[in-house]
Design a protein. Sequence first.
Lengths: 115, 111
Amino acid sequence: GESVGLHLPTLSVQEGDNSIINCAYSNSASDYFIWYKQESGKGPQFIIDIRSNMDKRQGQRVTVLLNKTVKHLSLQIAATQPGDSAVYFCAENYDGSSNTGKLIFGQGTTLQVKP
Amino acid sequence: DGGITQSPKYLFRKEGQNVTLSCEQNLNHDAMYWYRQDPGQGLRLIYYSQIVNDFQKGDIAEGYSVSREKKESFPLTVTSAQKNPTAFYLCASTIGDTEAFFGQGTRLTVV
């Protein structure tokens, strides 16, 4: 969904704890999902992706879970570090009625890691 | 090195002026996108293009225009019709059904 007029929610965690960032996506027809990390003043960077034929995918210290029934995506970060502090966005690749795919970003979450 | 380049990094516009933001990619990606980001908020889609000489409006296209004459280039013009243009503008590209690669953004300020 969009974040028009809304400020980003914030998740504050202690260094070393696990973080879970959630995202509700818009379209049940979307078949590809991505998590991005954005540091202040920079462009978003790819973290991990998942396709709709999967419900879980693991990377280095990160895991993405997909629940298509409730259109929900989550990003789990293990042993959160100060360098993980950033804004995190989920994105869905949606083929609309024009059959041309486009990336739609969900509302981001600010992750603050306390030392 | 392949990548996506936005320029300039900072841009100042006077009231009533049109300005053009540059986005170039050498990744041989088919699709390119422009997003707007306001402070403390998410990304909103302005325009996107799946192939050369074709583009579609995103959610907030009013006051903006684009062109896609070359695969590598997708410039965005912020026209005088855009009443609140101060924002961070991000360009991205994709090939097929894969993740988007982003530029480092252009921060536009109205003076």
